[in-house]
Ligand binder design. Structure first.
Ligand SMILES: [Zn+2]
Length: 305
């Protein structure tokens, strides 16, 4: 077999051999109506004949999410645009890393065996997954992965409060300052954020690509939406609009992680009663700086996260 760049076995510090010189990634794709997509691995593959996720080696310059969606298309014909990537969970062995990328389907998708790596593809109801002869690593990870299936991270951002936390001249042009914040949030939604950094009680290996809801008021009310950032403009009291937004999010998708970004103590108390985490503006600004740096290094093709 001719090996491509990034393909090959790593003799890992854990004492085992793993596939993928730059690590490997798999796609845990859920269709809320049918369950999760499992692949029956061909006999000749590593740990052949077990059931696991579509996926494979991460190639140079790829993120694990790129690798997982590319491999899934190669193995199942499901194209990357037919899935929405929500989160990832990395199992880091030091010398090697496996990343499970959690995603949901966008509408109807059909999985077809597309190359020799799989012998079958099944949509498996969640309660039946453990009845399959699973790959040992997937079997070990499944109980915790299952808890996070189809859960979005939603960041609800109190725009006035967040721009007010940095004395950068925002008072001269509030709408401009909110538009700049919006653009930086859009970049964050593309790069992703570690769960523990936004106050979720999850191990460090978890990361989410957040859906962002920016709540604006006053002169910044009419800031337009961009990809990755929804804008809700408050007609009256901004705090009431934020609480109303959270109530709506909670009733539509109660499983989601909702984080409200504000320093306002009364607002933090009110959203806490709705089972939301609060994050201070200072921490959000730090995350925005870091994601801008990560985007710059990624565009130079040097970083894989
Ligand atoms: Zn290892």
């Amino acid at each position: 077999m001719l090996l491509g760049e990034g393909e090959g076995f790593v003799s890992c510090a854990c004492g085992r051999k793993h596939w993928g010189l730059y690590g490997a990634a798999g796609l845990l794709l859920v269709d809320p109506r049918r369950g999760v997509l499992l692949q029956h691995r061909a006999m000749w593959t590593h740990h052949g004949s077990t059931w696991a996720l579509p996926g494979g080696a991460v190639l140079p310059g790829e993120t694990p999410a790129d690798a997982a969606t590319r491999e899934t298309e190669e193995e199942t014909t499901i194209p990357p645009h037919a899935v929405r990537v929500l989160a990832s969970c990395a199992e880091d062995h030091g010398t090697w890393r496996y990343t499970t990328v959690l995603a949901t389907v966008r509408g109807e998708v059909e999985a077809r065996v597309a190359n020799g790596e799989s012998v079958a593809l099944h949509w498996v109801p969640l309660d039946e997954v453990e009845e399959y002869p699973l790959h040992q690593d997937f079997a070990a990870a499944w109980p915790l992965l299952r808890e996070q299936l189809d859960r979005q991270l939603v960041l609800v951002v109190d725009a006035a409060n967040v721009i007010g936390a940095r004395p950068d001249g925002w008072w001269r042009d509030r709408a401009g300052a909110v538009a700049r914040l919006r653009d930086r949030l859009a970049a964050l939604s593309r790069i992703g954020v570690a769960a523990h950094r936004v106050g979720l009680e999850l191990p460090r290996r978890w990361c989410w690509w957040p859906r962002v809801v920016l709540v604006t008021e006053g002169k910044a009310r009419h800031v337009a939406e961009v990809a990755g950032v929804e804008v809700v403009s408050a007609t009256g009291e901004g705090d009431d609009t934020i609480v109303g937004t959270v109530v709506e999010l909670r009733s539509g998708r109660p499983q989601d992680h909702v984080v409200v970004v504000t320093a306002d103590r009364e607002l933090r108390r009110r959203v806490g009663e709705l089972d939301c985490v609060s994050l201070g503006p200072g921490e959000l600004w730090r995350l925005l700086e870091e994601s801008a740096q990560a985007a710059r290094s990624r565009s130079r093709g040097r970083v894989q996260t």
